[in-house]
Design a protein around this ligand. Structure first.
Ligand SMILES: *[C@@H]1O[C@H](CO)[C@@H](O)[C@H](O)[C@H]1NC(C)=O
Ligand SMILES: *[C@@H]1O[C@H](CO)[C@@H](O)[C@H](O)[C@H]1NC(C)=O
Ligand SMILES: *[C@@H]1O[C@H](CO)[C@@H](O)[C@H](O)[C@H]1NC(C)=O
Ligand SMILES: *[C@@H]1O[C@H](CO)[C@@H](O)[C@H](O)[C@H]1NC(C)=O
Ligand SMILES: *[C@@H]1O[C@H](CO)[C@@H](O)[C@H](O)[C@H]1NC(C)=O
Ligand SMILES: *[C@@H]1O[C@H](CO)[C@@H](O)[C@H](O)[C@H]1NC(C)=O
Ligand SMILES: *[C@@H]1O[C@H](CO)[C@@H](O)[C@H](O)[C@H]1NC(C)=O
Ligand SMILES: *[C@@H]1O[C@H](CO)[C@@H](O)[C@H](O)[C@H]1NC(C)=O
Length: 460
């Protein structure tokens, strides 16, 4: 099942579709919750490089990343936050293709969304209550889950699970323990969550999410009533699967992602545990120390790593040289825009989210320029527009973003405007390098050295 319909638009219900019209079944109207906006502010202190990088070797512990095809999949990164805090609607994060991995959960196989922007592993449980944004009951099929977990693991009686992702999707449930095996690496007694309540816009394939970010971002709480959860007060952080696998020395303290462009469902890249995947890349590595974000809504995050956060040196932007419509190239980005800001590296976010001025410059550099659609809070370009040259500079190395990742024609045409979504969108804070960036690199999440490393992929 592929969902090409989307979610959510307040001012005007707009629909992306692949050529043929699709049903409107899941278009919902939303309003913005101001409390959630406020939670987003953060600050950071720059963390300098600590040591020389350790050497990396290719590992045979690899598992395929599977593209779930076009779906209303979205950013799983930002908890309690809207991606675009100005918009009265959900935005571009709602459109995208997700990446899943297969895991063995107590002897049964499940597909879960591979997410470096969150930390919990949860599965939808049989009998789950599916609701809309307002908590009104929906048909279970409206949540778009794949298989449901119908086993009976012991759950903790006085704990609950409660997570809200960046696009407002919400899941609550119970906490328990299970043997979880990924790519042949098995953690025996892994704390996991079983969801029994969800506002969710699934891809029809995956049964939940597996988060690979730091344990600080886990979402277990004291008590049986999720509505009483307060992160500062009742949160009970636990060690998630990847950090257990590392602590138990089942793998070297690193994992790597070679995510590939894949417009249809199927294997599209590799996740390597403990080393590098065997894919062609340019052997010229950049490394950037992980930064500690001081997210004000969660005290423990002030002192611990949470997201995989780095500070790029800057961005390079050139409008297309073959411009025929007379647009002049925008000024060099560094000249008038700060580029000294943290970004998170997030496999669970489809697009790239940058500060408003920078995102505007990138979108203006399309030929013809992309336009901001107020009602939707997103930039769109003509589907045959020529994207600009855009690169992210990290550790002095330049990582070009392929034009195919800057204009997402595969996500379909906006039924109202006739436009296509661009790969770079504006946001006020918490900037993200999502899949549009990751498809161009081998990304090494080096937990052991507390840094990210990147090498450019050979063109594919
Ligand atoms: C890193 O390596 C270089 C050359 O191999 C060496 O000169 C330098 O001292 C090392 N730095 C650290 C922090 O280990
Ligand atoms: C729920 O959705 C399924 C599939 O669309 C349909 O067969 C079923 O009748 C629906 N159930 C209810 C209670 O609406
Ligand atoms: C539980 O799920 C498994 C695998 O999907 C299936 O084989 C089994 O029949 C299910 N059991 C029940 C009671 O629904
Ligand atoms: C946060 O860091 C402190 C010390 O740096 C550590 O004791 C604590 O366990 C960490 N918390 C989490 C949730 O990782
Ligand atoms: C989840 O926790 C938040 C507080 O962080 C609370 O406001 C919300 O009501 C809880 N969700 C549910 C479904 O109870
Ligand atoms: C959480 O704790 C921090 C530090 O103690 C505090 O600054 C912040 O306001 C608290 N947040 C909430 C939502 O209580
Ligand atoms: C720009 O023009 C050059 C030379 O005519 C051509 O090789 C190149 O493919 C063009 N680039 C784009 C993006 O159209
Ligand atoms: C949000 O609104 C403020 C004030 O109108 C504006 O400066 C900012 O650029 C807007 N941000 C986005 C993401 O549109």
């Amino acid at each position: 099942m592929r969902h090409t319909a989307l979610l959510a638009i307040t001012a005007s219900a707009v629909q992306f579709s692949n050529a043929t019209p699709v049903e409107h079944q899941r278009v919902q109207r939303l309003t913005l919750d101001p409390v959630k906006r406020a939670d987003l502010s953060f600050s950071f202190r720059r963390r300098e490089k600590q040591a020389n990088s350790t050497s990396l070797t290719t590992t045979s512990t690899v598992i395929p990343l599977i593209s779930s095809g076009v779906s209303p999949m979205s950013s799983k990164a930002l908890r309690n936050a809207f991606v675009n805090s100005n918009s009265t609607s959900l935005n571009a994060a709602e459109y995208g293709a997700g990446y899943t991995i297969d895991i063995d959960f107590g002897g049964e196989r499940f597909a879960v969304i591979f997410d470096t922007g969150s930390s919990d592993l949860w599965l939808a449980r049989q009998g789950l209550r599916c609701v809309d944004y307002y908590g009104q009951d929906l048909n279970i099929s409206d949540c778009g889950f794949g298989d449901f977990y119908n086993g009976s693991i012991a759950t903790l009686p006085y704990q609950n699970f409660n997570v809200t992702y960046g696009d407002t999707e919400t899941v609550t449930g119970k906490i328990g323990f299970q043997q979880v095996c990924v790519g042949g690496i098995s953690v025996d007694h892994q704390e996991v969550a079983l969801a029994d309540y969800a506002y969710w816009n699934g891809d029809g394939v995956s049964s939940g999410v597996m988060g690979f970010a730091y344990p600080t971002l886990t979402s277990a709480y004291e008590g049986t009533d999720p509505s009483k959860d307060r992160q500062n007060v009742t949160g009970l952080p636990y060690t998630n699967w990847i950090f257990n696998a590392i602590a138990q020395q089942l793998i070297d303290p690193v994992f790597s992602v070679a995510m590939s462009r894949g417009h249809d469902s199927g294997p599209s890249g590799l996740l390597a545990l403990g080393g590098l995947p065997d894919v062609p890349y340019k052997d010229d590595w950049a490394s950037a120390p992980l930064q500690i974000l001081e997210l004000t809504h969660l005290a423990s995050e002030a002192k611990n790593f949470s997201y995989y956060t780095i500070i790029p040196d800057g961005f390079v932007l050139r409008s297309n040289a073959n411009s025929t419509s007379g647009i002049s190239a925008p000024p060099p980005v560094n000249a008038n825009m700060p580029t000294d800001f943290p970004v998170i590296i997030d496999s669970g976010t489809t697009l790239i989210y940058l500060p408003v001025a920078l995102a505007e410059a990138v979108n203006n550099a399309f030929n013809p320029p992309a336009t901001y659609i107020e009602g939707e809070g997103i930039f769109e370009a003509q589907c045959d527009a020529i994207p600009p040259y855009l690169a992210v500079v990290i550790d002095g190395k330049t990582f070009e973003i392929d034009r195919r990742d800057l204009l997402l024609t595969n996500l379909g045409v906006d039924g109202i405007t006739g436009g296509c979504l661009t790969g770079v969108q504006p946001v006020d804070e918490l900037y993200i390098l999502g899949d549009s960036f990751l498809k161009n690199v081998v990304a090494v999440f080096d937990v052991g050295s507390s840094e990210m490393r990147f090498a450019a992929r050979e063109p594919y």
